[in-house]
Design a protein around this ligand. Structure first.
Ligand SMILES: NC(=O)c1ccc[n+]([C@@H]2O[C@H](COP(=O)([O-])OP(=O)(O)OC[C@H]3O[C@@H](n4cnc5c(N)ncnc54)[C@H](O)[C@@H]3O)[C@@H](O)[C@H]2O)c1
Ligand SMILES: [Zn+2]
Length: 683
């Protein structure tokens, strides 16, 4: 390679890397995989090493990729927040171990292995035991002050219960728990919104939001893995971790101190499979030299410590054949293409389908039936197709041509300017849309009539007993008793006939009657207005108080509500402008549903828990966490967020953090199970 060629190659790579850094860090919307990105960076570093005269001072190989935003106050880090060197290869890891050995001039050193949690780095500063500031990594030198958002993360202590140094800094990774990510995405899809792409970028985007209540709703979590400060008296990383645990920080119990690189390799092999069972996404292992004295000796490069390295797992992928594409029509009429694949084993499960999002995605991949495709499992539950193998493409294959008519009702599809999805505009007559709207209406989080299953619902529609959700309130016991419907057996692959028994019929009637008590914000959510998910419905209900106010609101008045954008505002005014919807609401009002905010007199059940404080932690069976909190309040008790000596009870569910448990035990707090709690209020 000539100098000329090298220079132009370095420029080209730099531009590409800067472009992808911007997409990844600023827009939270990467276009390429981490593996592809890391390869670009590796090529650049190799060239820069060969032609050091062309290594620019501001090369992306020399600095941390992120930046700060204008939306938050900027804070300069006391200690820079750096990146980590990384490798995908065991040989390179062994090379690194040899460099460490050489650098230290001894064999007497140990490693500390942790999982590499795939989220965003956060720095927390405590003064006199109180959380003062939470700052993002930013460009490594300075970051965004996002304290208000970080405080919504329940496992971050706002105050440390025991004696600590006057001032110290804790670092960790904020992540989107897999379960919460799935919950938020299910809600978004239900509200007709695009799902979030992956947990890492979603966690990063969430932390940079202006409205902390939205952040709180997403239930992010955080693992801490580093402790810094002049008066912190530790000699090893292991000791730092032990202190963090003692002070009540959430430390993932997956770490291990290793005496040799062989032990490190065992750790890597063990977690390659096991990591999928953890609550957070992980993308590798971080290996740190344990002794802080050794760490000092090894020091830093411009961008990362020499005493640590990340070993990254390659995303699991498999190749298989694309057999066909089917098209699903949702409740809002949005059409989603799904790839049907020849079954293939991927990360422990058999994969038969992959999401394709929309027509653009099919075009971007240039998909053809019979193609051999690569599938990968990322943060999503449904795997995605990442590419096509052009070498084994069937001859004479044609690009997939997207359907022009609705597969369910044959209406011509439309695609609005600037939108990725095609829509079936036949809202009134398209069966999956009608069914979907009623299913949305009766779900637990809306009107909670889910004793009425999908099959029964279909039976009611087929028989013409209802045409829309308002029709539910006209149903009688006789309509339901003996109603015939069909049940699909996945195993047999066929339908069989059933009829509704007396008991079920009366349960459904009871649930419909009960649903009339559901508060306005949930009724508003149940209506199924596009983009009006649970949170938005709550905001609108609280702001406008009555359905009449909301129906009469202009676009300007709607946009003036915090967090309500033009897209939502337009969808709301559009919904209420249809006569059909006005009639629906009139029918529901007639039936006695709540269409205004009740001035809440707190519902009180008893005073059994008066003067008692509770922390709840973990997962429960009989109650959701919110219901449990409500129950405590209704019985006169108080819910607090962190464990202190003054606490009366810790209600422990499944999978609660060991740190919490340990702290409560140390302080001698009463720890009770969900069942014991129920006994407490029923005694
Ligand atoms: N796909 C793309 O377009 C694109 C673009 C830019 C960057 N990236 C990816 O981002 C990464 C580069 O980002 P980076 O500079 O933040 O480096 P990094 O994410 O690879 O490593 C540093 C970070 O690891 C995190 N971490 C997680 N667990 C840790 C633990 N136990 N101990 C210490 N740190 C831990 C910390 O947040 C730390 O800031 C690469 O993986 C790269 O592939 C991808
Ligand atoms: Zn249709």
């Amino acid at each position: 390679m000539t100098e000329q060629q090298a220079l132009s190659e370095i420029k080209k790579l730099t531009e590409q890397i800067n472009y992808h850094n911007e997409l990844y860090y600023q827009k939270d919307q990467p276009e390429i995989s981490d593996f592809e990105f890391d390869q670009l960076l590796e090529q650049l570093i190799a060239l820069e090493n060969k032609f050091p005269q062309f290594k620019f001072e501001d090369s992306p190989s020399q600095r941390v990729g992120g930046t700060i935003t204008k939306n938050f106050e900027t804070v300069v880090h006391k200690y820079p927040m750096l990146s980590l060197g990384n490798t995908y290869s065991k040989e390179e890891l062994i090379d690194w171990d040899n460099r460490v050995k050489k650098g230290l001039g001894t064999n007497e050193y140990a490693y500390f292995c942790e999982l590499k949690f795939d989220g965003v780095a956060l720095s927390l500063t405590y003064e006199k035991g109180i959380l003062k500031r939470a700052v993002t990594r930013g460009d490594g030198t300075q970051g965004d002050d996002i304290t208000a958002n970080a405080k919504t993360i329940r496992s971050i202590p706002l105050r440390i219960g025991t004696q600590t140094p006057d001032s110290f800094e804790v670092r960790g990774e904020v992540y989107f728990p897999k379960e919460q990510f799935a919950r938020i995405n299910a809600e978004r899809i239900d509200a007709g919104e695009e799902p979030l792409a992956n947990p890492r970028n979603a966690a990063s985007g969430t932390l940079k939001m202006q409205d902390s209540s939205v952040v709180a709703y997403r239930k992010l979590d955080c693992y801490l893995y580093s402790l810094l400060g002049e008066s912190v008296e530790v000699n090893t990383h292991s000791e730092s971790i032990a202190l963090l645990e003692k002070w009540g920080f959430n430390v993932s119990q997956t770490y291990k101190r290793c005496q040799s690189i062989e032990e490190v390799l065992d750790y890597i092999a063990y977690w390659e499979i096991k990591r999928h069972e953890l609550p957070s996404e992980t993308d590798g292992v971080v290996i740190k030299v344990d002794s802080l004295h050794h760490q000092n000796e090894l020091g830093f490069t411009a961008k990362s410590p020499r005493w640590a390295i990340a070993y990254k797992y390659k995303a699991e992928s498999a190749s298989t054949v694309l057999e066909s594409i089917s098209y699903q029509v949702g409740r809002t009429g949005a059409v989603t293409p799904v790839a049907n694949l020849k079954p293939v084993l991927l990360a422990g499960t058999t994969v038969k389908r992959a999401s394709l999002h929309n027509a653009n995605e099919i075009e971007r991949l240039d998909l053809r039936l019979g193609d051999t495709v690569f599938v990968e499992k990322g943060g999503e539950i449904i795997p995605k197709i990442t590419g096509v193998d052009p070498l084994v493409r069937p001859v004479n294959s044609q690009p997939v041509s997207y359907i022009s008519h609705c597969p369910e009702c044959q209406t011509e599809l439309i695609r609005k300017e600037g939108e990725a999805n095609h829509y079936c505009p036949n809202a009134e007559g398209c069966p999956p849309q009608i069914l979907g709207r009623i299913e949305h209406f009766i779900q637990r989080k809306a009107m909670d009539i889910d004793s009425l299953g999908s099959e029964t619902l279909r039976g009611l529609l087929d028989k013409g007993l209802i045409h829309d959700y308002a029709g539910l309130y006209q149903l009688t016991f006789d309509d339901l008793n003996g109603l015939e419907f069909r049940i699909f057996s996945e195993k047999k692959g066929e339908y069989s006939a059933r009829s509704l028994r007396e008991k079920s019929a009366s349960n459904i009637i009871k649930a419909i009657e009960e649903s009339k008590k559901v508060p306005f914000e949930r009724v508003l959510f149940a209506l199924g207005i596009r983009y009006v998910g649970q949170t938005v419905a709550e905001k609108l209900a609280r702001h406008f108080k009555t359905i009449d106010n909301l129906m009469n609101a202009s676009l300007e008045e709607l946009v003036a509500v915090p967090e309500i954008g033009e897209r939502i505002a337009e969808s709301v005014t559009d919904f209420f402008s249809h006569e059909k919807n006005q009639k629906l609401i009139a029918d529901l009002q007639q039936a006695g549903l709540h269409f205004q905010i009740e001035e809440t007199e707190e519902v009180s059940e008893s005073q059994k828990l008066t003067d008692l404080s509770f922390v709840i932690s973990g997962v429960f069976h009989q109650f959701s966490r919110d219901e449990l909190k409500e129950k405590i309040k209704r019985n006169g008790g108080k819910v607090v967020s962190s464990i202190s000596a003054k606490l009366d009870y810790l209600v422990a569910g499944e999978n609660m953090g060991p740190a919490k448990l340990e702290k409560a035990t140390q302080l001698g707090i009463k720890i009770i199970s969900e069942d014991e709690f129920i006994q407490l209020i029923n005694s």
